[in-house]
Design a protein around this ligand. Structure first.
Ligand code: PHE
Length: 493
């Protein structure tokens, strides 16, 4: 029943890479690396990418390719009682990530325009938190809706609607073929530019200097695994949804290598841009690097504008390029999130794609509104933390178990085009069957203990219960409810 298909292998790889490369590479990776010992982080990260990331990427590709279906339908076909695990993945993607992700993409549009007149001067911190976000004093104080953010968020949802409703070949593939090369050129330009800024060497040194003592801290490894998931878009049903449109003879192992390698390279390169620029700023202000480095949203939306303002010339151009590449990176990831949900719902309800996508985008826009108020940043932080630490980790665990136990060794290897007796084939299966589930379960428990002993970021506990625990419960309830509905033309449809 699937008529749509990728027009070319390049189109598929660009789309999968577009999903993987996102805001996570540009602000999350550099900061994670820095916090966990600079160069020392690269070692656990690369191990985690090569071990867990690569194996799960192949597993998700194989599931999509084998069943030619979205994750809920694929899981149902493998074993009826697994359908809910598929809905969990797409529900975590939509409610747990897309709703706020589209708001952050919206910010990049606002900042693109702010970078032309350098609106953030003289104080980028005050500008971002006070004038732009109108951040309230506490997460319980909702504060008003920020209309400039609502407007840019609406634009993002309309763009997603327009592209995803056109389908895979004429929507997503066409858009990605334009967006990805543009984003790569922009990033390379920024890389060369920032590399030659005075002081960049000190920034790069802070980024790449190894600190092996950190390797003994479990936290470093946990961050490395979390970053692997987030960055490679694993556990959301996205890769499954994209792989269903691949031709029979696709080389999944080679595709997985391209996606994983490309995403990792991009993260490392984005780190060079961010750290060189921070080095430049540190030299300018005569401060050590760690005083100018800020985490998360602060890094991109505060420290970067500050750095741009201190550039000797071409400031609007540098800012505009930076926020444009951030926008493109974010949008290509959002498209994949929406596609994963849309293909799951069209499978189940047999409704036309255009109608389903329109409903998702309209509902999504209204859902996003809760992150556009004065307390939006706090809410985003709380939801993101719980979704990544629990929702995603659980989802990865389930995919790993499904692929290796339910789909099974020989089918998995058939689809991966692997040699059944090769050492590497056996190693993948062993990773998926034992090591990855074990590591993910440990991660889950470790996060739970940490969160129960200490309120995350010192937020008020009732807030954490409602927005964190409640959110997870709501995602579970929705997944369960959809699972109970009838397949319009049977799951084999
Ligand atoms: N992988 C994307 C990034 O690095 C984020 C993302 C998460 C994309 C979830 C899709 C789904 O930013």
């Amino acid at each position: 029943m699937t008529q749509d298909a990728w027009r070319s292998r390049t189109g598929f790889i660009l789309a999968a890479l577009g999903s993987a490369i996102g805001l996570g590479n540009i602000w999350r990776f550099p900061y994670m690396a820095y916090r966990n010992g600079g160069g020392a982080f690269l070692i656990p990260y690369l191990i985690s990418v090569a071990g867990i990331g690569m194996a799960l990427m192949m597993a998700e590709l194989a599931v999509g390719h084998r069943f030619r279906a979205s994750q809920p339908q694929a899981f149902h076909r493998g074993n009826k009682s697994w359908e809910i695990a598929g809905w969990w993945a797409v529900s975590v993607g939509m409610l747990g990530v897309t709703l706020y992700y589209c708001v952050v993409i919206g910010w990049t549009i606002n900042f693109f325009f702010y970078s032309l007149p350098l609106s953030w001067e003289p104080n980028p911190g005050d500008f971002f938190f006070k004038s732009f976000l109108g951040l309230s004093k506490a997460p319980t104080q909702i504060g008003g809706i920020r209309w400039s953010i609502v407007l840019s968020t609406a634009f993002v949802w309309v763009a997603c609607w327009q592209i995803v409703s056109r389908g895979i070949a004429s929507g997503i593939e066409v858009a990605l073929k334009i967006m990805m090369p543009l984003m790569i050129v922009l990033l390379l330009t920024l890389m060369v530019w920032s590399f030659f800024l005075p002081g960049s060497a000190a920034g790069l040194w802070a980024y790449l200097k190894p600190d092996f003592s950190k390797l003994l801290e479990p936290r470093v490894w946990i961050d490395a695994v979390g970053q692997t998931f987030f960055s490679l878009s694993l556990g959301f049903g996205i890769i499954v949804a994209y792989a269903r449109y691949l031709p029979e003879d696709a080389n999944l192992t080679a595709d997985a290598r391209w996606i994983v390698f490309g995403d990792t390279l991009f993260a490392v390169a984005a780190g060079v841009v961010v750290f060189s620029t921070m080095g430049f700023m540190a030299q300018l202000q005569g401060l050590p690097i760690d005083k100018v480095m800020k985490s998360g949203p602060g890094l991109v939306f505060v420290a970067f504008p500050q750095a741009i303002s201190s550039l000797p010339g071409m400031r609007p151009a540098f800012g505009a390029l930076f926020f444009l590449s951030l926008f493109l990176a974010g949008l290509s990831s959002a498209l994949s999130l929406i596609e994963a949900l849309a293909s799951s719902l069209t499978d189940k309800f047999e409704a036309p794609r255009s109608r389903i996508v329109a409903i998702i985008c309209l509902a999504g826009f209204f859902g996003s509104l809760m992150f556009t108020t004065g307390s939006g940043l706090y809410w985003l932080d709380i939801v993101d933390h719980h979704v990544t630490q629990y929702g995603l980790v659980l989802s990865g665990f389930l995919v790993s178990v499904f692929a290796s136990w339910i789909l099974g060794r020989s089918e998995l290897l058939d689809h991966l085009g692997g040699n059944h007796d090769s050492l590497i084939g056996r190693l993948w299966i062993w990773l998926l069957r034992y090591l990855i589930p074990l590591v993910l379960a440990a991660l889950f428990v470790w996060s739970l203990i940490t969160d129960l002993t200490k309120a995350y970021e010192g937020y008020p506990v009732p807030m954490l219960i409602v927005l964190g625990g409640g959110w997870l419960a709501a995602m579970g309830a929705i997944a369960y409810w959809v699972c109970l509905q009838k397949w319009r033309s049977g799951p084999e449809g």
